[in-house]
Design a protein around this ligand. Structure first.
Ligand SMILES: Cc1cc2nc3c(=O)[nH]c(=O)nc-3n(C[C@H](O)[C@H](O)[C@H](O)COP(=O)(O)O)c2cc1C
Length: 165
C-alpha cells in the first residue's frame, strides 16, 4: 500500500482531473471526499488535500462535511500538501480561498504542511490561501491558465516528493 493518499472534492471534474494526474505521478491512493473516506485518513503518513472554490470563496460542497472529519482526525506527525482549483479572472478577490479554508483547519494539528508555492505568475487581488506571501499549496486555474497546469503539477510533485515523510 502507498504511504500517500489524495483526498479531493470536485464539482465539474477539474479538481478530479488534477488529483488523478498527481496520484499517477506519486503513486498515491486517491479518494473522492464525496464517498466519505474518513477511515482512510489514519492509514497514510502523507496526505494531499484538494478542493475547488465555489460560491464566493467557499469550499467545494462535498468538503463541507469532510473537513470536520479531517479536523477530528489525529494528524500528528503526518505531512500534508494542499492544492486548489480556482478562477482568478472571475473571482480575483477570493482566488482559491477553499484551499485557504482547509489550511486554516489543519495548520494547528501537529502536522508538517509542505508544498508552498510562490505567487509569481498568478494574477489575482486577494486570497485567504496566501500566508506570509506564499500560497499554502498549489493553485491551479483551469479557466484561464490551463496551458500551465501540467508543468505546475510536475514541478510541485517533485517538490512535495522531497518534503514528504
Ligand atoms: C458558482 C461558482 C463559484 C466560484 N467561485 C470561485 C471563487 O470564489 N474563487 C475561485 O478561485 N474560483 C471560483 N470558482 C471557479 C472554480 O473553482 C473553478 O472553475 C474550478 O476549476 C472548478 O473545479 P471543479 O470542477 O473541480 O469543481 C467558482 C466557480 C463557480 C461555477
Amino acid at each position: 500500500m502507498s504511504n500517500k493518499a489524495i483526498f479531493y472534492g470536485s464539482d465539474t471534474g477539474n479538481t478530479e482531473a488534477a488529483a488523478k494526474q498527481i496520484a499517477a505521478k506519486l503513486q498515491a491512493d486517491i479518494f473522492d471526499v464525496a464517498s466519505n473516506p474518513k477511515d482512510k485518513l489514519a492509514e497514510y503518513k502523507n496526505l494531499i488535500l484538494g478542493t475547488s472554490t465555489m460560491g464566493i470563496g467557499d469550499l467545494q460542497d462535498d468538503w463541507a462535511s469532510f473537513l470536520s472529519d479531517v479536523e477530528n482526525a489525529d494528524l500528528n506527525g503526518k505531512a500534508i500538501a494542499l492544492f486548489g482549483l480556482g478562477d482568478a479572472d472571475m473571482y480575483p478577490d477570493s482566488f482559491v480561498d477553499g484551499m485557504g479554508e482547509i489550511y486554516n483547519t489543519v495548520k494547528a494539528k501537529g502536522c508538517k504542511i509542505v508544498g508552498q508555492v510562490d505567487t509569481d505568475g498568478y494574477e489575482f487581488d486577494a486570497s485567504t490561501a496566501v500566508v506570509d506571501g506564499k500560497f499554502v499549496g498549489l493553485p491551479l486555474d483551469e479557466d484561464n491558465q490551463s496551458d500551465l497546469t501540467n508543468e505546475r503539477i510536475e514541478v510541485w510533485v517533485e517538490k512535495i516528493r522531497n518534503e514528504f515523510i
